[in-house]
Design a protein around this ligand. Structure first.
Ligand code: UDP
Ligand code: MG
Length: 335
């Protein structure tokens, strides 16, 4: 018996779908996903994590569940973000492997067949690797490329190029991810950090089936900062070197001014250079403080030890709808 066996049994595969206002995509996704799963694995479940949707997503999930009991759902009390939805999905998944897939059909469900084949060969971390990102705007693609390049240079964990959330994780990798309790979650970094026997499967990103991307540039910037700050301390350390450089430079400047004064006496001009250097160093100090603030803010968020997410409702195999149970917070929240 596997350690995650429950009364309801262990499906071979869990497909984890984070959904945020994806009402128009759920049924289209299932129509393509279910035949693939029935062909490829012995048994499966599709676990939707509703990330606080305000459209009819939950009604659709209830209807879908009534038709197919293999579809389950966990619904958050509000929008917590895709990263946290994935963490909750991993907590609730029962399969011997978990495939994470977007709801909008940008990740072709047919690729799961190749994921499973690799898994059966013994790989525990099978990641889809985007062949191209034509589906996104040129600006977003450019920024994504820059981000990967910066992360490559400064991050403490390498990120395989083009690897995203579309992937298969063996139960062992899932359990490893579940031990990581950080609040500022950057899954792409975590997947790489846990290691395990990994392999990539190339796939082509499709156009979104319906609706628009849930990630604004503001959200993406936040996300990129989270990623860099949780996998690199370089922004903190670099100021030591800048500081050393600046003080050496000011020593040289001091020598220069002493020599100048001895040779020509005190001259009043120099106002411009003074103002410029004051502004320059004030700027550097503010920037440094800001970066400290970013890290301290994250430390603050971590030490508060709030639950990662709150579940408002669950739709289970037997059709029961389980509301938030304050008496058993361990099943609804993760610390
Ligand atoms: N998503 C989510 N919570 C959010 C934003 C997005 O669960 O706060 C889900 C969304 O429903 C979709 C997946 O994450 O299934 C990818 O989102 P989206 O397609 O908007 O992102 P993009 O493809 O533009 O990266
Ligand atoms: Mg998308």
């Amino acid at each position: 018996m596997h350690s995650t066996d429950t009364a309801m049994g262990t499906p071979e595969l869990t497909v984890l779908v984070p959904v945020f206002n994806e009402d128009d995509n759920i049924e289209a996704l299932l129509a393509r996903l279910t035949p693939v799963l029935e062909r490829v694995v012995a048994s499966h479940e599709v676990l939707f994590v509703d990330d606080g949707s305000s459209d009819a997503t939950m009604e659709t999930l209830r209807r879908v569940h009534a038709q197919d009991k293999r579809c389950r759902a966990v619904s958050f009390s509000r929008n917590f973000g895709k990263e946290i939805a994935i963490a909750a999905g991993l907590d609730h998944a029962r399969g011997r492997a978990v495939v994470i897939i977007d709801a909008d059909l940008q990740h072709p469900p047919e690729v799961i067949e190749q994921f499973v084949a690799k898994w059966r060969e013994g790989y525990k971390n099978v990641y889809g690797s985007r062949v191209d990102r034509n589906a996104d705007s040129p600006l977003r693609r450019m920024l994504t490329r820059r981000f990967y390049a910066i992360f490559e240079q400064f991050g403490e964990t390498g990120l395989p190029n083009g690897a995203g959330d579309f992937r298969l994780l063996d139960r062992q990798a899932v359990e490893a991810l579940k031990t990581m309790g950080e609040r500022a979650r950057f899954s792409k970094g975590l997947y790489a950090w846990i290691g395990f026997k990994s392999v990539s499967v190339p796939f082509e990103v499709a156009e979104r089936h319906a609706g628009v991307s849930k990630f604004s540039y503001r959200k993406l910037t936040r996300f990129a900062l989270d990623g860099l700050m949780s996998f690199s301390t370089l922004p903190l350390k670099v100021w030591t070197y800048v500081g050393v450089f600046v003080s050496m430079f000011s020593l040289l400047a001091a020598v220069y001014y002493i020599v100048q004064t001895l040779r020509h006496g005190i001259d009043v001009p120099g106002y411009a250079s003074l103002i410029v250097s004051i502004m320059f160093f004030a700027g550097i100090q503010l920037l440094t403080l800001g970066i400290m603030g970013e890290y301290i803010g994250r430390i603050f968020a971590e030490v508060k030890r709030r639950p990662l997410y709150l579940v408002a409702e669950r739709i289970e195999d037997d059709g029961t709808v389980v509301p938030l149970d304050p008496a058993r917070p361990s099943i609804t929240a993760r610390r």
